[in-house]
Each structure stands twice: as structure tokens, then as C-alpha cells.
Design a protein around this ligand. Structure first.
Ligand code: NG6
Ligand code: CA
Length: 522
């Protein structure tokens, strides 16, 4: 069966299936073919806390990331590419739904027990592509909530990825530093022993269980702030966990494990048109590179974890090559938020940084409304299709949903994204005009080359992570074309420009958000 017929049949089959379930997007069978006749596979490689300056292709810092660089050099490297937010959950929400996370009050850093924050009727990249005939999978970090509250981890956990468009899911529920420290495959904890059920609590410990706080002698990684609850593999975590001994993951093997699952997914679905969301855990804390990467960067575990991630990306791309899929696969590589050094564990990230600059020339970092919070490595690569170029176009991860819908003839639904397919393929330099950026429930507006941050209460520097988070009692206005490092607040000398941005911002965002209190990390 040729690929066009096959994708048509898939589209018809899934379209009808979805219609009968009542969750259908407006699918029509022509959606299975694109202008060129065949849709490419689509892969999102999404890193966790990887900074703009952590990728050597971005010309900053001292770390070498040859495999990411190869994608950048053969594809489009965006210098103004943004995650929606400076933390994980909201960025992932926006990546998958194309909707600004500040429209959903639940789109904040979630505990491992949080319910799913994406409505099962909402359009997602995965659901849209499934509607267009794709097989869809996610491997890696989820952190968008699971279930509807009071999850029983010993039964099928639902709703989750499989209910919002993914045919296959192999995930960690939240983050590597949060319980439960187990993998779930299609909603079931992998390797669970029914005689050793899992219990999770984020408020209270289970009687007799050691914690990072009370039993430092049992830890091999020391906590700095937070991260002092249940100890798993010598690492104290956020949240309390009991049972599930056999199911617990091995931290040092996580990168290999997710890579193998991602490779397996590709091999199993190579004869279909597939979408894979490969959500890597590096270099988020706890940084646990496999022993064969320890010492490789000279920067301690954070650098080593990035070297490991780069290696895994090379292996993954090699799998696509070996399977003959590279010329028929659009890869999008990015990060969910900017960099942080000490994010709650003593792991030498600060001490061994040397001359490396995780944020590159940008100000701030993770949790920050300054550029380093949300401006991230952003690369598109489709061998034989994307132009090899550096693009300064303003693009957001929000724009992927409508742009991919355009590519495959799918329905993007209601979205805050812009259709920028030609830009993502390197055929156009047209970006969006404006973009609202978000960091821990505070927002700012980028418009053209200008960036406006409204006044926010709270300390300018979060002392725990030692990052300038963007708070100031006055308006801030920066011209990023002249001053990418945001050293000169031009609000005073440019009242007209300030007024223009404030007006545009309030039109999108309203006025009440200025009252929002920033997140406290401890
Ligand atoms: C914070 C954690 C931090 C990290 C972050 C989520 C503390 C003190 N800090 O609350 O370590 O887990 O949440 O990171 O607990 S994210 O990239 O998933 O958004
Ligand atoms: Ca993150």
C-alpha cells in the first residue's frame, strides 16, 4: 500500500473513531495528505532547563554539543525562539495546546499528585496530528498532571497523555525530583508489584519512612532548598512515597532508558506516519548522568548531563538515519525554560561552572521574566527540506500547533499561536509581531524589538537560585536589538514607546495581573 493511501485510510479510521468517541476535531479525510502528497514524521526533542547559551551552536559558553549543533547547522536555528514560560508545566501546556498558559490558572509547576490540566476535549498537537492520520507517542517527562485527583497509582491512571491525543505514552509523571519515582506506560506503573502498592502524599510522611531532612546520613546527594522528603536512590525528593520498591527507576540509567524507548517507538512505527514527543529530563535536577559521562564536561553533573543529552540526541537521530527516515522527519528541538545552576541540590553546578555561560548573553534564567527565562535554543531540522540558516524571526512554541496543522492539513482549533510554517521551514523570515512571556504567574510583553515588564512586587533576585527574576516596582522597557542583555531600562526616556507597549499588553492580558504575587521557591 503506498503511503498516500495508507495515510488516507489512517485518517479515515482515526477520524471516524474520534467522531464516534465525541472528541473529534473537525477531521476530513483530505487532512491525511499535505501539499507535497506525503506528510513527514514529526519529532519534538524537548529538553528540561537547557539554556540559550548551553548549546555551542548558539556561540556562547564553553560546553560542546556537537549533535545538537549538527541539527542547527543543517536546519533553522532561531535566535528569537521562545518557550511560553520560564518554568516547565506552563511551557509544556503551551507547547501541546497552543494556548497561553496564563489562561489556565492550573498551569503552574505541579506536584506529582496533580490532576491533568489539559481538558480532554482540548486540541493538542498530538490530537491534531492523530486526527490527520498520525500515530502519536510521548516518551519522557510529562509534568502536566494525571488523573482527576487522588490518583491511585496501583490502577490504570487516567486521564493522561493517552486521553489527550497520544496513542502511546511512556512517562515519568512529574519531574525527576518529585515522587512517584516510577515510569508509567499507557497509564500503568511499569514493574509494579501488587504486594507492594504505591502510596504518595505531598503533605505528610508515612510513619517510619526516612526523609532527607531527618536522615541526611542516607543521602548521597545533599539538598540545598526543598527536596528533603522521601529518599530514593540516595536522592531526597519532593513529596513522600511508600512502596513500589521494584518499580522505582534508576536515575543514572534514565537517559539511556528514555532513549531506548524513543528508538523503539520509531522502529515500531516507522511504517506509519508518526509524531513523537521525546521529552528529555536533562539538565533538570537531580542531575544524574550515567557514570560513563561523569567528568566529561569538567563542569560537574550539570555539564555532564548536557553532554549525555547531546549524546542521546545523536543516537536518536542516528536511529532515524538508519531506518531511512531522516529525509521524511521534521525535528523540532527546544527547551521548556532557561537555565538554573543551584535548583535545590548541592551538585557543583555553581562551583564548577568555570567560563561557561548557560544563559549566553541573556539576563536572568529559569523563573525569570528577563530573556534567559524564556528565550531558549530553538531549532527545526528536516533533511532536504529546511533551509540551513540562522533566523532572527520572533517565534514561540505556541506557534507549532497552527504551523504543523498547516503542514498536515489538520485543524489547530482555537489557539494563541501563529501559523508560521514557512518560517519554521526556513523559507520566510516573517515572525510574530508580539508575544506575552510568562514567569511564575507574572507576564511581560515582547513587541517587535521591545520588551516591557510591568511593575511587580517581590525581591528582584530569588536568593535560593540566585537569579534575577524580573521584579521591579517600576515599568521596565528594553530594546533587545541594541541591548539583548537588558542592561538599560529605557522606560523613563521613552514614555511613548512604553505607553504603546503597556496598551498592547493590557489589551491581551488585562490590568489585574500586576497584583499577582510571584512564586516562592521555599
Ligand atoms: C521548584 C523546585 C525546583 C524544580 C522546579 C520545577 C524547590 C525548592 N524547587 O519548586 O527544584 O523542581 O520546581 O522545575 O522545590 S520545572 O522545570 O519542572 O518547572
Ligand atoms: Ca524545566
Amino acid at each position: 500500500m503506498n503511503i498516500v493511501v495508507r495515510t488516507l485510510l489512517f485518517g479515515l479510521f482515526f477520524g471516524l473513531t474520534l467522531v464516534s468517541c465525541g472528541t473529534a476535531p473537525d477531521t476530513d479525510i483530505t487532512a491525511a495528505t499535505s501539499a507535497s502528497g506525503t506528510n513527514p514524521n514529526i519529532v519534538f526533542i524537548y529538553l528540561d532547563d537547557l539554556g540559550y547559551g548551553d548549546v555551542s551552536a548558539y556561540g556562547a559558553g564553553t560546553l560542546q554539543t556537537p549533535n545538537i549543533d549538527a541539527l542547527a547547522e543543517g536546519g533553522v536555528r532561531f535566535t528569537n525562539g521562545y518557550a511560553s514560560s520560564a518554568t516547565c508545566t506552563p511551557s509544556r501546556y503551551a507547547l501541546l495546546t497552543g494556548v497561553y498558559p496564563w489562561r489556565n490558572s492550573d498551569a503552574k509547576i505541579l506536584p506529582g499528585t496533580a490532576p491533568l490540566i489539559i481538558d480532554t476535549n482540548q486540541t493538542t498537537v498530538a490530537g491534531m496530528l492523530r486526527g490527520a492520520g498520525y500515530h502519536t507517542g510521548v516518551v519522557g517527562k510529562w509534568h502536566l498532571g494525571l488523573g482527576t485527583g487522588n490518583v491511585n497509582w496501583n490502577e490504570h491512571v487516567s486521564p493522561g497523555p493517552n486521553e489527550i491525543g497520544f496513542d502511546y505514552s511512556y512517562i515519568m509523571a512529574a519531574t525527576q525530583d518529585r515522587v512517584p519515582t516510577v515510569y508509567l506506560e499507557n497509564g500503568m506503573v511499569e514493574g509494579l508489584d501488587p504486594d507492594d502498592p504505591i502510596e504518595i502524599d505531598y503533605q505528610n510522611n508515612f510513619p517510619g519512612q526516612p526523609t532527607g531532612k531527618d536522615n541526611p546520613e542516607l543521602t548521597t546527594m545533599k539538598w540545598h532548598h526543598g527536596h528533603n522528603n522521601t529518599i530514593v536512590n540516595g536522592i531526597p525528593r519532593i513529596g513522600y512515597m511508600k512502596g513500589g520498591e521494584r518499580a522505582k527507576w534508576s536515575d543514572v540509567d534514565m537517559a539511556d532508558h528514555f532513549l531506548e524507548r524513543a528508538q523503539q517507538y520509531v522502529r515500531e512505527h516507522k511504517d506509519e506516519t508518526f509524531f513523537l514527543y521525546y521529552a528529555m529530563q536533562q539538565p533538570h535536577v537531580p542531575r544524574t548522568p550515567h557514570p560513563r559521562f561523569v567528568g566529561k564536561s569538567g563542569m560537574g553533573p550539570r555539564g555532564d548531563a548536557i553532554v549525555e543529552a547531546d549524546w542521546a540526541i545523536g543516537e536518536f537521530v542516528q536511529t532515524l538515519r538508519e531506518e531511512g527516515l531522516l529525509e521524511n522527519t521534521l525535528i523540532v528541538l527546544s527547551s521548556d525554560n532557561g537555565p538554573v545552576l543551584n535548583d535545590g541540590y548541592y551538585d557543583d553546578a555553581v562551583e564548577k561552572l568555570g567560563d561557561h555561560t548557560p544563559a549566553g548573553p541573556l539576563r536572568g534564567g529559569k523563573y525569570s521574566l528577563y530573556e534567559a527565562g524564556t528565550r531558549v535554543p530553538f531549532i527545526t531540522y528536516w533533511q532536504g527540506h529546511t533551509q540551513s540558516k540562522v533566523s532572527d524571526a520572533l517565534v514561540s512554541q505556541l506557534d507549532l500547533l497552527p504551523s504543523l496543522a498547516e503542514l498536515v492539513g489538520g485543524d489547530a482549533g482555537a489557539t494563541d499561536g501563529r501559523e508560521l510554517l514557512a518560517t519554521f521551514l526556513g523559507e520566510s523570515d516573517q515572525g510574530r509581531e508580539e508575544l506575552v512571556l510568562e514567569a511564575t504567574s507574572r507576564t511581560a510583553l515582547r513587541s517587535g524589538d521591545w520588551l516591557m515588564i510591568p511593575p511587580y512586587k517581590g525581591k528582584p533576585v530569588n536568593a535560593y537560585v540566585n537569579i534575577e527574576v524580573g521584579n521591579d516596582p517600576n515599568y521596565q522597557l528594553y530594546n533587545l536589538a541594541d541591548d539583548v542583555g537588558q542592561t538599560q531600562n529605557l522606560a523613563g526616556e521613552n514614555p511613548d514607546k512604553l505607553a504603546e507597549l503597556v496598551k498592547a499588553y493590557e489589551k491581551i492580558r488585562g490590568t489585574e495581573n500586576a497584583k499577582t504575587e510571584p512564586l516562592k521557591l521555599e
